[in-house]
Each structure stands twice: as C-alpha cells, then as structure tokens.
Design a protein around this ligand. Structure first.
Ligand SMILES: Cc1cc2nc3c(=O)[nH]c(=O)nc-3n(C[C@H](O)[C@H](O)[C@H](O)COP(=O)(O)O)c2cc1C
Length: 216
C-alpha cells in the first residue's frame, strides 16, 4: 500500500486526553491554527473563530463545563492550551458544522506532526438550549450569538499513548453502488458507543513516552 508522511500522520494520530505540564509554545499554537486556516470550507466561506484558551482560570472553567460531556474533562483541562473551534453560522448557514469539523481535524493532525497530543471534546449541540454545554462554552469565552462551538481541542504533551481500532476498509467501502453485507467483519469488535462513561476507561494505557516526553 502507498505510504508517506501525511498518510502515516493520519493513521498514527490518536485522541490524547491527559497532558504533562510541559508548555506548548506560541509558535506551536500558531502552526496548529495555520493548519486549521487552510482547511476547506463551503464556498470558501472560512467561518472560523478560534479561541486559544491559555488562562488557568478559564481552562479550569472549561474543565468544569466539559465534565458534563466527558469523563476525560480533568485530563483535558490539564492541557496548557485548549482551542475552542467556533464558526459564525451566518457566514455558511448550510455547512458551518462541517467547516468547523474539518478545521478541528486539521488541528489534531498538525499537533500530531509537532509531536503533541490533542483530543476532541464534542461540544456542538444541534438542538442548543440555554442549558447546553455548547452555550456554557460560548458564554465562557464570550462568543457572540451567531457563533456556534463545534469542538474544544486541548493540546499538549501527552501523558499517555493509546490505541484505537477501526472497522475494516472492506466493510465500509463499496464499488459503484452500496451493497448490503450480511456478515459484519469478524476482525472488528465494536467499541462501546461514544458514551464517555464507557469510553474513557479503555483509553488509559500505560505511558509510552520518548525521553523528550513526546508520545512514542
Ligand atoms: C464529533 C466527535 C466528538 C467527540 N467527542 C469526544 C468527547 O466528548 N470526549 C472524548 O473523550 N472524546 C471525544 N471524541 C474522540 C473520539 O472518542 C475518538 O476520536 C475515537 O474514540 C477514536 O479514537 P482516536 O481519535 O484515538 O482514533 C470525539 C470525536 C469526534 C469526531
């Protein structure tokens, strides 16, 4: 199979949900934001607003909000920087969610390429209300009402490495037309649904860090 640095980076990126206190430099954050800026967007609308949260009090505030969506909130709050990925929905009413998602993924891949860990806290609430986690994150960072929060991406030096599985390519690929398969791929055992109460315990593995503290 064809392989190169980009393809390896895509395969090797994992969600890292706990971080050392090692700093993330402004230069590293800038590189991550630059990768997000070059993401595609509907009609090149570029509806992004990225809020880099470094202030310890605000990071703690983010942690206590994320407590409502992920058991990993404590580890995520330990990240020296968290990026709130927001989009102004008036700039791309039809595709603002995808625009935000693809930028968030570019961030995670850029972090990986720099030897940093990152994760994704799913904050976007399709049926947003006053009580939604998304509303709380918006208020914390002072976003205007037209902006929606798609994700919070903590970034830092990972405290752990982890593994993840995927369904096989054969099971998810079709030639020309969808073909229903009677037998699921025997190689793939389903992970629990993305309910963090079940998800988080399985992501904690024994640390596997290089001497420099980077994720091996
Ligand atoms: C839309 C979306 C929402 C997610 N929300 C959370 C979350 O709230 N908490 C969390 O710990 N991980 C979250 N994740 C990360 C997934 O759990 C993770 O990508 C998945 O388990 C596969 O692991 P990997 O990223 O290491 O390959 C989210 C990922 C996506 C794309």
């Amino acid at each position: 199979m064809i392989d190169n640095a980009v393809l390896r980076g895509i395969r090797q990126r994992r969600s890292i949900r706990n971080f050392t206190s090692d700093p993330v430099t402004d230069e590293q954050v800038e590189a991550i934001l630059e990768a997000a800026r070059w993401a595609p967007s509907g009609l090149n609308s570029q509806p992004w607003e990225f809020i880099v949260v470094r202030d310890p009090a605000l990071r703690a505030g983010l942690g206590s909000i994320l407590k409502r969506v992920t058991f990993a909130w404590g580890g995520m709050a330990a990240a020296p920087a968290s990026i709130v990925v927001a989009v102004d929905q008036t700039r791309d009413p039809d595709h603002f969610v995808e625009d935000g998602a693809v930028a968030a993924q570019n961030m995670c891949l850029a972090a990986q390429s720099l030897g940093l860990g990152s994760a994704w806290a799913g904050v976007y609430a399709p049926r947003k209300t006053r009580n939604s986690v998304e509303t709380a994150v918006s208020a914390l960072v002072g976003l205007p009402p037209t902006c929606r929060v798609i994700a919070v991406v903590p970034v830092g030096v990972g405290r752990h490495s982890t593994t993840a599985t995927r369904r096989s390519l054969a099971e998810m690929t079709h030639l020309d037309r969808y073909t229903a398969r009677r037998q699921p791929d025997p190689e793939w055992s389903p992970e629990p649904p993305s309910d963090d109460a079940r998800e988080f315990p399985m992501i904690v593995k024994s640390p596997s860090l290089t001497e420099s503290g980077r994720i091996a």
